[in-house]
Design a protein around this ligand. Structure first.
Ligand code: PEP
Length: 252
């Protein structure tokens, strides 16, 4: 049984007041059947630690350095995130692949750094609109997954989450169809099974791309969709709480 995971990716949005509002909004109710995680910008993580470390809500970062320490101005190491008691770190988000020219090799190195510091990478994979049109979804997604898995010890899959995020669905209001997304998730799971069958069965694969309170149930009802990575809709405490509630009810 895979516990559903909902992750809020704030991107470069939000402030300290929003973090407090999230804490208040989410503490009004318990969500025993789901796991929730907030990934605000780095600078708000100390406040996240204060607000959430004694709660069931996890938190994490949106990126991490591929280096351990040293002269890398502006970078944040996995060890630093670990000191703030982060659980997760989003790695390889398409916005970083696009705007920061992150390669599969760099993303694999970041995942290794994260796991060495006992952080759980949320590895993002997904095709763009043109690749989808050209029928390349499967090849793109599998090559992104394999680039990381080939470079990690097989047992590290236990400490990994994968998020399938078709780029054309991110922030556009045009989510993938749940059935199509589920087919890609199934493909990812069968690829991971090539490394280890049991770890593949236990692996949580999240869907991301225009998930909101109206459509989240349709994704969570799919056999291979184990949660969601949520951008825009997770910036409103009442909407994130509503989605948590829906996921909690479905997973009873
Ligand atoms: C994301 O940023 O990972 C994302 C899925 O964004 P949105 O939910 O806004 O599409």
């Amino acid at each position: 049984m895979r516990t559903p995971l909902l992750v809020a990716n704030w991107k470069m949005n939000g402030d300290l007041a929003l973090l407090t509002a999230m804490q208040q909004g989410l503490s009004a109710q318990a969500y025993p059947n789901v796991e929730l995680a907030l990934c605000p910008p780095f600078v708000f993580l100390p406040q996240a630690q204060t607000l959430f470390s004694s709660t069931a809500i996890a938190y994490g970062a949106q990126d991490v350095s591929d280096k351990t320490a040293g002269a890398y101005t502006g970078q944040i190491s996995a060890q630093m995130l670990s000191q703030l008691a982060c659980t997760y770190v989003i790695i390889g988000h398409s916005e970083r692949r696009m705007y920061c020219a992150e390669t599969d090799a760099l993303i694999a190195a970041k995942c290794a750094q994260a796991q060495a510091a006992r952080l759980i990478p949320i590895l993002c994979v997904g095709e763009n609109a043109q690749q989808k049109q050209q029928g390349e979804t499967q090849d793109i997604v599998l090559s992104q997954v394999r680039a990381v898995l080939d470079s990690l010890p097989t047992e590290s899959i236990e400490q990994l989450v994968i998020a399938y995020e078709p780029i054309w669905a991110i922030g556009t209001g045009h989510a993938a169809s749940p059935i199509e997304a589920n087919a890609v998730h199934e493909l990812i799971r069968s690829c991971v099974a090539g490394y280890d069958v049991t770890l593949a069965q236990n692996l949580r694969i999240l869907y991301g791309g225009s998930v909101n309170a109206e459509n989240i149930a349709t994704f969570l009802l799919q056999a291979h969709i184990d949660g969601a990575l949520i951008g825009g809709a997770a910036l409103k405490p009442e909407v994130f709480a509503q989605m948590a509630n829906i996921a909690n009810q479905l997973s009873k």
